[in-house]
Design a protein around this ligand. Structure first.
Ligand SMILES: NC(=O)c1ccc[n+]([C@@H]2O[C@H](COP(=O)([O-])OP(=O)(O)OC[C@H]3O[C@@H](n4cnc5c(N)ncnc54)[C@H](OP(=O)(O)O)[C@@H]3O)[C@@H](O)[C@H]2O)c1
Length: 238
């Protein structure tokens, strides 16, 4: 085994808390060097130090997915230091809909802000990492989606900004997977399930469980699926 195969480099956005921090921990536990994206240096450094205290290989990177400059800086520094980024987990996300937000009375500011982070933020990160993945012929891209993004499963009229942003992210997943087919790069969408974090304080699913599917997709073997949408390692209906 070469050094490159021994220690994959994974970039996780929004890794300072919640699911992102746990995804980073599980990837580090599986032998990855994790770059923990965080909007503030302090919150990223605290999270990375926590993993290092557990004996893991982790570093903080300042990365706001709505600020392309921070994405490009983080990725180019990582590539200079490590040669490439093997895994990108687009975890950073926001859920901003007010309980009374209905599609018939749209709050477009909320919709645009949601798209900026949940869709364009992830897309910009992909644009930054893909060239080096293509050069090395290896990559795993995981987009944190949601059961709420499923067109098939959606029956209510709530949270239009969040649902639309994550449904768009699902489509991006399919399109990217098609573009890179045969290049050693697998692109999938993961729903963690309704997980207890700051975003979903009433949920009962643990972050350990919620992180399982994203981590599974981030560590797929070469013959693993691409262009899929998974929850608890099972395909979800689009
Ligand atoms: N929890 C659930 O039930 C659930 C269910 C389905 C899908 N998801 C998805 O899973 C992902 C993680 O959710 P979570 O529950 O862990 O949420 P969370 O506890 O609210 O954490 C969100 C993370 O994203 C970061 N973030 C937000 N905007 C960002 C930006 N512009 N740039 C960089 N980082 C940004 C936050 O950083 P700051 O600390 O700086 O705010 C934080 O680290 C999200 O994409 C979410 O939509 C969650």
């Amino acid at each position: 085994m070469t050094d490159r195969q021994q220690e994959r480099v994974a970039l996780v956005t929004g890794a300072n808390r919640g699911l992102g921090r746990e995804i980073a921990r599980q990837l580090a536990e599986r032998g990855h060097h994790v770059l923990m994206g965080a909007r503030t240096r302090d919150s990223g450094e605290q999270a990375a130090q926590h993993l290092r205290d557990l004996g893991c290989s982790a570093a903080a990177v300042k990365l706001d997915v709505t600020d392309g400059r921070t994405i490009r800086d983080a990725v180019s520094t990582a590539i200079k230091e490590h040669g490439t980024i093997d895994v990108l987990v687009n975890n950073a996300g926001i859920a901003l809909d007010a309980p009374d937000h209905r599609p018939s009375d749209p709050q477009f500011e909320t919709v645009r802000t949601s798209l900026d982070t949940n869709l364009f933020g992830a897309w910009e990160c992909v644009r930054a990492v893909l060239p080096s993945m293509r050069t090395q012929g290896y990559g795993r891209i995981v987009n944190l989606s949601s059961n709420m993004a499923s067109l098939t499963l959606t029956e209510d009229d709530e949270s239009p900004a969040y649902r639309i942003s994550k449904a768009a992210l699902n489509m991006l997943t399919v399109l990217l997977a098609a573009e890179v087919r045969g290049e050693g790069i697998l692109v999938n969408a993961a729903s963690p399930g309704y997980t207890h974090t700051d975003m979903s304080p009433n949920a009962t699913l643990t972050v350990e469980r919620g992180a399982d599917t994203p981590v599974w997709l981030a560590t797929l073997p070469p013959d693993g699926p691409s262009g899929g949408y998974f929850y608890e390692r099972n395909q979800l209906p689009w």
